[in-house]
Design a binder for this molecule. Sequence first.
Ligand SMILES: Cc1ncc(COP(=O)(O)O)c(C=O)c1O
Length: 430
Amino acid sequence: MLSNTLLKRCFSSTTAKRVGQEIFDDVKFQVTTYNRPQDLCVTRGKNDILYDDINGKQFIDFTAGIAVTALGHSNEKVADVLSQQARKLVHSSNLYYSAECLELSEKIVDKTKQFHGQFDASKVFLCNSGTEANEAALKFAKKHGIKKHGEKKQGIVAFQNSFHGRTMGALSVTWNAKYRTPFGDLIPHVSFLNINDELTKLQSFLQSNQNQIAGLIIEPVQGEGGVFPVPAEKLIGINQVCKANDIVVIYDEIQCGIGRSGKLWAHSYLPKEAHPDIFTAAKALGNGFPIAATVVNENVNNVLQVGDHGTTYGGNPLGCAVGKYVIDTIADEEFLAQVNEKSKIFMDRLAKIQAKYPSQIKDVRGLGLMIGAEFAEPPAKVIQKCRENGLLLITAGKTTARFVPPLTISHENIQKGLDIFEKSVAEVYA
Ligand SMILES: Cc1ncc(COP(=O)(O)O)c(C=O)c1O
């Protein structure tokens, strides 16, 4: 429990009315969905540092708000874009065109093609969060299957270890049973395959069930499941069968997209024949402002009609203005080169730490600045020790510590943060 004094200070600094009031009630009014550290209340951030002014602490941030603040906390340019756009127009609904919405859609399509992403990217649906982007993708895939081939072709294939979001559709294709089973019936006809199975086994499942499968959804780098980049040959082989059987391929690039992998999209590493029919983006697209996108090719867009999907806030001018700035900044060879350079620093140093603790750290893997260090056991103690020592880290899967810093992290704070990580590992396993 947060101490009474801490909570009073926390709330009294922002809500004058509440000074001296019993404050536990405020915490009581938050639903029980998160287990947060009791000694931390973030008050501000600057690029790669988060501050807790209440407890007088600061942290190097290797979490970037779960791979969101790619351009750093409180980025001045993002703040300028937000404030200028807020003075111009925040929202006018999707009943009317807005220049920012049209410009962002065009920018996503153009930059995707220019930076070796989906070669036939064509149209964009803008929404507010990752899970919503995936809902749209699933609806589009199901409609495609049903419209083109009849009611039977509406199943979805997903993968073990996947995470696609918490709304009912996205949840239905999320692997972790703990997230799914408390909520009863989800969308039917979902099958989970294991990406580590032989390609021929995966292909044969898709081939023999093609009459019932409308779409397949996969993260090119599995994030929440434990930071597992999916081998290119698997994605090439899966696409081959899907294309031959009109199964819509959806890449969830919500965590691994927008520069995180060292390319604009993680699928930019792949040849054309492994490009998806749909991909989804969110997180870094707004650098913390909620905006997301579902990008489709004409094969998918062809089946959509006015009224098939919608959103009140999606594509609002404020989010689109930020999205344009983010894409312009990250879709840049120099920017991406520095992501890869920093990635190498992380990987090299983590490999050295692993070599020192081979029984504790089993693997170091990742792509760009999406890196996992897999421990022999859940790394909760290491993560807590890091926090005590001034570094924020998160887990992925059961046994992996995840490194997803802002893509703008300074070289100095990479070293300082990794020093803290190494020290914390040493303290836990002394
Ligand atoms: C790969 C992936 N897909 C979907 C989501 C859901 O995004 P959101 O939390 O914005 O709904 C996440 C969130 O962590 C994610 O990592």
